[in-house]
Design a protein around this ligand. Structure first.
Ligand code: XMP
Length: 509
């Protein structure tokens, strides 16, 4: 299989670049700029893409590469910082200054070049930079410019080295897909052979052999990743896969049954559902502090899982639904911990396994979904929005009681129903209800009411690191509000959260 290397210089679009390449059915892998040798690149890749990054090539700590990487004879496409770095490394000059900066949609004037096949002479590209390449290295020529950036695209066709100041990977660049296609197919000569059907077949064959006669345990959360991992492994080893589904009683309306029946029933996966509601609610009694809730749930999850696994006798391996974004090491520094995320599925450290099986560790989320659909998992499950491990515990503000959980479940189900039947659904990354601990006065008929407030939340985002509150049409909010206050006794007021992230987070706790 042909592979493209995305060499990461800390740019915010590194994953997007890899996803765009993979969307063309060419396998792309991301590696930090300083974690792979020229020899390893030579051995494995047909093309290299240098990502953007926040630095300037002259910064003391800016990331650099060995010139050798550019002399391997493998085509390179430098993007933004990657473009400047390539020019600088080969003896060109980069200049900095506000007068050169361009942000947002910018008109691009392209010339004849293999990189611009099927790209018109004038189009729109997406810019985000302060520095520009001022003097080209020997052998290079300019093949596109903008009003402020003469060297918006450069190349040395003989050495198959290309650089673009703009971002072809973002959708605002009108012909970005064509440019990436030209690079990976015409310039690198890759074949489009990264296909999900092949992936499934190869994985099933591989695990049939590797896991023959072995007992494998999987912590099933009902989320997309663990569900797809479960079905994939089930196709390889059947009943030797034990999927323990800990129902902590903090799931959404009907969710536990749905997961059990869909995976266990229709698809035949060996699902062991543990109804541990009482254990979790018992430990959460009286607890209101968000971090304490998370820690208790995480800890209890491990205990329940341990107890259950103990009943299964000797288990050889542990399977996990780890996906590619979880394993990519970024070229950036560490970031601050805002919440003690993420997965309640932190597993018992004292359980002994001879190994870990991670069948999805090479896949991006959209690929995981495609695999899931091809394996026959219903679209409702595969297309599910993210749901936090601690579940509704972090959406019931204040104390968690069965009664308050029930109020939230009903309100959340109504809200989701109203969204799901509208067109806005496809634009939303996540939408849910939150139950406040404040109560307010209302009036129904001629009587005074006094009940809880529900906040509705909906966000759009690509990566959940930042998110915008969604501008949901008033009619949908009104329909949800009317139904929630009419149908649920105990809720008297509905509000809509119009805070983005930052400064807020997606979840309230
Ligand atoms: P925040 O609230 O940090 O959430 O903006 C970002 C995304 O992460 C989800 N989230 C969690 N997922 N365990 C999880 O598995 C958690 O503890 C957790 N907390 C937040 C949240 O739903 C959103 O998608």
């Amino acid at each position: 299989m042909d592979k493209v290397l995305v060499l990461d210089f800390g740019g915010q679009y590194n994953q997007l670049i890899a996803r765009r390449v993979r969307a063309e059915h060419v396998f792309a892998e991301i590696k930090p700029f300083n974690k792979i040798s020229a020899a390893d690149i030579k051995a494995s890749y047909k093309g290299i893409i240098f990502t953007g990054g926040p630095s300037s090539v002259y910064d003391e700590k800016s990331p650099h590469i060995d010139r050798e990487v550019l002399e391997l004879g493998i085509p390179v496409l430098g993007i933004c910082y990657g473009h400047q770095l390539m020019a600088y490394t080969l003896g060109g000059k980069v200049v900095s200054g506000d007068e050169h900066s361009e942000y947002g949609k910018t008109k691009l004037y392209a010339e004849e070049s293999p990189l611009f096949k099927n790209v018109p002479k004038e189009s729109v590209c997406w810019m985000s930079h302060r520095d520009i390449v001022d003097v080209l290295p020997e052998g290079f020529k300019i093949v596109a410019s903008t009003d402020k950036c003469p060297a918006a695209a450069v190349c040395d066709e003989k050495r198959r080295l290309y650089g673009v100041q703009f971002h072809p990977e973002v959708t605002h660049t009108e012909f970005g897909t064509e440019i990436l296609r030209n690079f990976i197919f015409d310039i690198c000569g890759c074949s489009a052979d990264w296909l999900m059907d092949d992936f499934i077949e190869a994985s099933v064959e591989r695990y049939k052999k590797e896991l023959a006669g072995k007992k494998v345990l999987l912590a099933l959360s009902g989320g997309v990743d663990s569900s797809v991992a479960a079905v994939l492994l089930h196709n390889a080893i059947g009943k030797n896969l034990y999927c323990v589904f800990v129902d902590h009683g903090l799931l959404r309306k009907d969710e536990g049954d749905y997961i059990e029946h869909t995976l266990g029933g229709k698809l035949g996966v060996n699902v062991i559902r543990v109804n541990a509601k009482d254990r979790f609610l018992g430990r959460l009694k009286g607890v209101t502090e968000p971090e304490t809730k998370r820690h208790i749930i995480g800890e209890e999850f491990i205990r329940v899982f341990e107890d259950e696994a103990g009943k299964l006798g000797k288990i050889d391996l542990l399977a996990q639904g780890t996906i590619y974004p979880d394993v990519i090491e970024s070229g950036k520094g560490d970031s601050a911990v805002i919440k003690s995320h993420h997965n309640v599925g932190g597993l018992p450290s004292n359980m002994k396994f001879s190994g870990i099986v991670e069948p999805l560790r090479d896949l991006f989320k959209d690929e995981v979904r495609e695999v899931g659909l091809r394996l026959g998992i219903p679209v409702e499950l595969v297309g599910r929005q993210p749901f936090p491990g601690p579940g509704l515990a972090i959406r019931v503000i204040g104390e968690i009681t069965e009664e308050r959980l029930e109020l939230l479940r009903e309100a959340d189900a109504i809200y989701r129903y109203e969204i799901d039947r509208s067109e806005i659904r496809s634009a939303l990354a996540q939408y849910f209800a939150v139950l406040m601990d404040t109560r307010s006065v209302g009036v129904m008929g001629d009587s005074r009411t006094y009940g809880y407030t529900v906040a509705l939340r909906a966000v759009t985002t690509d990566d959940f690191m930042t998110a915008d509150y969604a501008k949901i049409p008033y009619e949908i909010l009104e329909a949800a509000s009317t139904r929630i206050t009419n149908e649920i006794k105990g809720i008297t007021r509905v509000v809509y959260d119009i805070t983005s992230k930052p400064p807020a987070t997606v979840e309230w706790e």
